[in-house]
Design a protein around this ligand. Sequence first.
Ligand SMILES: Nc1ncnc2c1ncn2[C@@H]1O[C@H](COP(=O)(O)OP(=O)(O)OP(=O)(O)O)[C@@H](O)[C@H]1O
Ligand SMILES: [Mg+2]
Length: 309
Amino acid sequence: MLQITDLSKSFGNRMAVKGVSFHVKRGELFGLLGPNGAGKSTVISMICGLLQPDQGDVLVDGLSVQKQPVKVKEKIGVVPQDIALYGDMSALDNLLFWGQMYGLSRKNALKKAEDVLEVVGLADRKKEKLAGFSGGMKRRINIGAAIMHEPELLIMDEPTVGIDPQSRNHILEMVKSFNAKGVTVIYTSHYMEEVEYLCSRIAIMDEGEIIALGTKEELVSRLIGVSSMELKVDRVSETLVEDIKKIPGVTQVTREEEGLTIFAENPKERLGDVVLAAKGQGVAVTSLEVKEPNLETLFLTITGRKLRD
Ligand SMILES: Nc1ncnc2c1ncn2[C@@H]1O[C@H](COP(=O)(O)OP(=O)(O)OP(=O)(O)O)[C@@H](O)[C@H]1O
Ligand SMILES: [Mg+2]
């Protein structure tokens, strides 16, 4: 459904996207995970034809975005990171506007808008102006606007940022059900839990590059034997870090706000050593916990940083 090859984009002398390649199969729910500024939105803008790449190609269902932009736009629906709706228009009128922009007749747009309002769970508020909606409700209408023309490929750029848990759950379930109906979805987020929950294949992006790509299982299997411990202490010192690094089996130590994350081959057997090291430095341990590896751990082991730093 989507083939991206060696895509690059600079803004002035900052290279936002550096030779990114990946593909998304028809019917897949593909995750693009990365921290702020990783280049996710820039990639999406190039997929949609909103930004011209400096280098590389984007093919949507075999069509070149550069050469056949209109045909490509008919196939894709985009949920932009910044809400793109008219505050002084009703929810229904916003959906009608976007449906007609995508070529639906007014009659068809009306019919489709009624369906979409049901799907996003806001049928009872359809006559109200968008300006009076909560953030989560606006986000749901934003998604509704992207599916009015029944796209084959739905691209969602951080659709759950800054919303309440109820709207978040509604959105996650919507995404699942679109995908179950055959829509190919690219889901962009910096929330590891959402991407882990939804996506079958995941690309992790950082500083303009794809640093890991595969199924959830493939990505986490790279971490076999690298479980970690989360140590919380009353104060972190460099000498404590040095002492913990000397413990046999410890492979990496990263500093956090309230303590340390310690990667070790067999963390359960090293708990006592860690406590002793803290004690040796006169540092009080407030908690020590063994963590099973996940995408956050993977990001941390590759970059030495947390996804949400
Ligand atoms: N129009 C622009 N002009 C100049 N710099 C830009 C522009 N758009 C993006 N950038 C820069 O490109 C880099 C990548 O930005 P991008 O918005 O693609 O990141 P992102 O992964 O979507 O981040 P976020 O999670 O915060 O949305 C950042 O350093 C950003 O400042
Ligand atoms: Mg973004």
